[in-house]
Each structure stands twice: as C-alpha cells, then as structure tokens.
Design a protein around this ligand. Sequence first.
Ligand code: CA
Ligand code: CA
Length: 197
Amino acid sequence: MGNTKSSALSKELLEELKSNTKYTEAELCTWYQSFLKECPSGKISKQQFEGIYASFFPDANPTAYARHVFRSFDTNADGTLDFKEYIVALHLTSGGKTLQKLEWAFALYDVDGNGTISKNEIQEIYVDAFRLLCVNNLNNEIQYRAEKIWKFFGKKENDKILEGEFIQGVMDNNDILRLIQYDEPQKIKDKLKEKKL
Ligand SMILES: [Ca+2]
Ligand SMILES: [Ca+2]
C-alpha cells in the first residue's frame, strides 16, 4: 500500500493546526480525508468556493459576499484555499472574540486590503452579506449600522479605522461585536460543517 504519503496530513501542519484551533487530531485527520476527496488538488479555487456558497444559498445571490470571505481566508493571497486556510476559516468563523477572530473580521471588512477600514467598506460588506441572506432594500438599516459603528469609534465621515483600534473597540463593546458579526458567519460555519466539505 504505497501511496499513503500524499493522503496523510504532515505532522508539522497537524501540530500547527492543533495549537491554533480548538480541533482535535481525529477531527483534523477526518476533515483532511474529506477535503482531499472533494479537492484532489489540495486547494479550493475561488470558483469552487463560490459554488459552495451558491449551493448553500440557492435562492440568494451569494457571489459577492463569497468573494469577500474568500479574500479574507486566502491569507497567502495565492488565489486558492489550501487545507490550512480552510481549517483556520472554520475555526475563525465560530463565534467569540479572540484576537485571532477579530484580526480575521478586520481583514474581511478591509476590502481593498490597505490596512484601514473606511465607512464605505463597512457598507459594502453589509450590502453583500444582506444580499446573501436574501434581505433586500435595507439601505436604511445599513446606514444606521454603519453610522452606529462610526459613532462608537468617534470617526468623521471620511476617517478610517485602524486594525488596533478596531480590535480594541470590538473587545470592549459587545454591541459593536454583534454589529460586525451580524450572525452570518456562524450560519456559514454550520453549513460547512454539515457538509464536511
Ligand atoms: Ca491561499
Ligand atoms: Ca481598506
């Protein structure tokens, strides 16, 4: 039985994922096998990822939001998600407010990746997330939420939020945490888990 090498998770990666997430060795190994079955190349392309979202939300228009999420998970920016990025994604999108999760949330909202969040970027994520959840015509709600976040951080219209102040603000205030999480990531995570990709 020669070909076990390519289908086993390397010890190094296993240790890294065990220490960075809450998952057990058994869970990680099982997921890795299902992952390779679905993605024999060991990588999820952007199109595949969008396809997964489309299958979860058949009545919605999830592509735009799926792209934001893909970008925020593709930490080495090579245009694909490898197993490590995928597992970290599952871990990060579970609720809570550890530093790691808030760094991810910041990356999600920093649409152009320039290291700051503008009010427009917050609105863009909201628009796409609401579209994913099939809630349309929510301009007032989006305005209200963006306004609330902006006010909390004491920002003027064209000011930007830096990563450090974003993380500190969300750590300190559960209302703001709820506003930035809008409980969608948890749903995605449950669906991904159900499917065990
Ligand atoms: Ca990648
Ligand atoms: Ca930005």
